[in-house]
Design a protein around this ligand. Structure first.
Ligand code: PMP
Length: 774
């Protein structure tokens, strides 16, 4: 970087007498001048007899007068919009201007202005407690909010203290001779290049103060009495205000996360951070330290006696060391959590939350993992706990396009801020969503009803099937789960109390190639036919005919199986010939999970009578649907009408439309296929080394890993599955378990998971299995 410009030029050299004269002749202020410290300007405190204090600020000759005008205008704006923020509004001179021109004894021209001198004292970081820091956060945000619409052509100038220009300072890194320090600095600069620079164009930008530090703040009676020095203002990323202040607050303190947490909490009460801003904050703080170090390295040889320039470098190194000790990535995640979940600085202890959870009653299914997780936010395939620890989510299928996907969040927020009503009013999004779902289905499935959960969708499917067929029997796989309503809990053997089969429900075996009727069989289709015929006969014994067979395309609850089209054709053909409708339950398997089109049933080559959709449909926002043929719905409509208050509401539809858009635009179906294949390949390799892995199966990004007791004939090892699941969680990777015996590891991540993340799942599972042996 060139050493010209304001930071490169000598400060002005006026004497106190000249300062007094200037104040008297131009501003009519009679006072005694004492010089104040300044980095690049010359400031004089003018004490008047009337007890008023003023500061005569004479700018560096290299300072562009337009910049000073900008400062004066910005301060006037803040004073107008936030009258109780103590900002220095310039006093007009004899000609009515607030910025005047002054000639120094050496003959150089300078711009000068007279600002009020605020009473109060500077405080040190240690003087501030958490409420003080929180209120500083609020104040910085208010200051920036007042400048939100502020424009001045001078704001586009390049200044070294604007973090967006950090790369220009990198050439001064050679002045850092200590190899360890140099490596640390390079790491920070590399993180800035890799993480911050590409995001910069997306960050909210405006004119900001950029230098609200304790050096520029005065305090009186426990409150800020003066905000000084608008000289580093720039049009830059809004969030850069935060590291600028934090740097000052953290000096000589070790409670990095407490201070940061309190500050961002206060800031967020006025301006909540966007997630990308929050996620970069740790790196921005480190970058601000690097900036300080580089500016100091550059300027020190020229002004070695100016402590203002040199005094910040050592504290900057100290803070960088603190961040490095935690790990830049981890520190960044923790800071992001603090910024995005105000109050997370002091989350209720987990033990306390667990105890208080008793209010939810004992029927609620238990918390997952030996050490339950207290998660507070998510992004992509990652979730973060209250302490900021990151977990790779290789389990949840609901956030199908990734946690908190910005497009889905935005769609929900936009519609929620407009209107949320119901399907008794006209609304285009529910119609558009219906049309898009129909267009994604095979021809014939042309009618959609919206509800709010997979259970409700299956319940309506059951009502359709019983109405249309006049029959009252249901057939499901032996360990199926289809939902919670009274009718559907009956059709969910995995939920049957004490395993007792309700009247009117028959089961077929799961298509397990290693067990039961499908074991070692050459002709699965015939077996399937026989199994279904058995189920129909069971119903007939209770005087029932089958109204419907419900099947999850991937038999998730049964232990994850992806049977052949032949086998399925056998099952469905037989059920249909007994008069049953086929309900394809796509609540688990839909929305691209199978990696082969949007819908799992499609690979079977048969047309379902009814399809139910749910869980991933709104990426976490509740919405579900029943898709069927118009004639089936017409038969139902002849008997009754259907209305669900929330079903198909505009907010839910906006979420579901955004999900379909993202799946398409981000190529997530193809990703499910490729990353799923990579996972299964890696798992098969692991199976070669660990005989406890009895089978690896699934489709797309639904992967099952069956664990068996070594040396037995595939005896299920549920205890091992539980242990592996818990150990993976301890190592930061979340998976589940499923199957009748609970011995099948369920790997079912958001479809946005990448190859590196899949490798992390494999690596962690490998570590866990090795740890078991040692
Ligand atoms: N069907 C299947 C296949 C499911 O996996 C589930 C939920 N796990 C449901 C239906 C019920 O969905 P919900 O919990 O949204 O009611």
């Amino acid at each position: 970087m060139e050493t010209s410009g304001v930071l490169g030029a000598d400060p002005p050299r006026f004497g106190s007498a000249e300062a007094e004269q200037l104040a008297r002749t131009r501003f009519g202020v009679d006072g005694h001048a004492t010089p104040l410290v300044s980095e690049r300007d010359q400031n004089f405190l003018l004490a008047t007899d009337a007890g008023h204090g003023w500061v005569l600020k004479i700018s560096n000759a290299a300072e562009d007068p337009a910049v000073v005008e900008m400062e004066v205008a910005a301060v006037a704006r803040v004073a107008a919009l936030e009258p109780d923020l103590p900002v220095p509004v310039a006093l007009p001179a004899d000609d009515g201007r607030t910025v005047i021109s002054a000639r120094s004894p050496a003959g150089t021209e300078h711009v000068a202005r007279l600002l009020p001198a605020f009473g109060g004292a500077h405080l040190a970081p240690r003087d501030l407690d958490a409420p003080d820091i929180r209120s500083l956060g609020t104040m910085v945000a208010r200051l920036a909010r007042a400048l939100r619409g502020f424009f001045h052509p001078a704001a586009g100038r390049v200044i070294e203290w604007d973090l967006q220009h950090l790369p220009r300072l990198a050439e001064h890194a050679d002045a850092v001779r200590d190899p360890a320090r140099r490596a640390l600095l390079d790491e920070v600069l590399a993180r800035y290049r890799d993480r911050v620079l590409p995001a910069l164009p997306r960050l909210r930008a405006q004119v900001i103060h950029n230098d609200v530090t304790l050096d520029n703040l005065l305090f009186a009676d426990g409150a800020v009495s003066g905000i000084l020095d608008f000289g580093d203002m720039a049009h830059t990323a809004l969030v850069f205000d935060i590291p600028a202040t934090l740097q000052s607050l953290l000096r000589d303190r070790t409670d990095l996360f407490e201070v940061t947490g309190a500050f961002v909490e206060g800031y967020a009460t006025v301006t909540p951070l966007e997630s990308e801003e929050a996620e970069l904050l740790g790196d921005l703080l480190a970058a601000r330290m690097a900036q300080t170090i580089l500016i100091s390295a550059w300027r020190m040889p020229r002004w070695p006696e100016n402590d203002y320039i040199t005094g910040w470098a050592e504290p900057a190194w100290t803070l960088l060391d603190q961040l490095r000790e935690v790990g830049f990535a981890l520190a960044g995640q923790r800071i992001a959590s603090l910024a995005l979940t105000p109050g997370a600085a002091e989350p209720p202890p987990e033990a306390e939350l667990i105890a208080r959870r008793r209010v939810l009653g004992n029927a609620l299914s238990p918390l997952t993992y030996r050490h339950p997780l207290h998660l507070v936010r998510g992004r992509g395939a990652w979730m973060y706990d209250a302490a900021g620890r990151a977990y790779l989510d290789a389990y949840n299928n609901v956030p199908v396009v990734g946690h908190a996907h910005p497009r889905v969040v935005e769609a929900i927020a936009r519609q929620a801020s407009l209107l949320n009503t119901n399907t008794r009013y006209l609304h285009s999004s529910v119609v558009e969503l219906g049309e898009r779902i129909v267009a994604s289905m095979p021809p014939g499935l042309d009618t959609v009803t919206f509800v709010n959960s997979g259970s409700e969708a299956n319940d309506l499917a059951w009502r359709l099937a019983t109405t249309v067929t006049g029959a009252r029997g249901g057939i499901v796989s032996e360990w199926a789960y289809h939902g919670v309503t009274a009718a559907i809990a009956d059709l969910s053997p995995s939920e049957w109390p004490r395993g007792e089969r309700p009247d009117g429900v028959a089961t077929i075996p799961a298509p397990d190639p290693f067990r039961g009727v499908y074991r070692d069989l050459p002709d699965p289709a015939r077996r399937a036919q026989a199994a279904m015929a058995d189920a129909v006969a069971q119903l007939a014994a209770g005087d029932r005919r089958p109204a419907a067979v419900f099947l999850d395309a991937f038999f998730t609850s049964d232990g994850i199986f992806a049977p052949s089209a032949d086998l399925l054709a056998g099952l469905i053909g037989e059920a249909r010939s007994a008069g049953a409708l086929w309900v394809a339950d796509e609540v688990q398997s839909g929305h691209g999970r199978g990696g082969d089109g949007l819908w799992g049933f499609a690979t079977w080559g048969e047309l379902p009578d009814i399809v139910t959709l749910g869980k991933p449909m709104g990426n976490g926002h509740p919405i579900a649907a029943v898709v069927t043929r118009g004639e089936i719905m017409d038969r139902f409509a002849a008997e009754t009408e259907f209305f669900s208050t929330f079903g198909g509401n505009p907010v839910a539809c906006a979420a579901a439309l955004a999900v379909l858009d993202v799946i398409r635009d981000e190529g997530l179906v193809a990703r499910a296929a490729s990353v799923g294949a990579r996972l299964r390949d890696g798992l098969r390799e692991l199976a070669g080394r660990h005989p406890a892995i009895g089978d690896v199966r699934g489709r797309g990004l639904l992967v099952g890993v069956e664990l068996v007791v070594e040396g037995t004939d595939r005896q299920p090892d549920a205890a091992l599955a539980r242990w592996v699941r818990d150990e993976m969680r301890e190592r930061g990777v979340l998976i589940g378990s499923t199957g009748r015996a609970g011995n099948v590891l369920k790997i079912r991540p958001p479809l946005c998971i990448g190859p590196d993340e899949a490798d992390l799942v494999l690596e962690t599972l490998g570590q866990v299995l090795r740890a078991r042996r040692s």
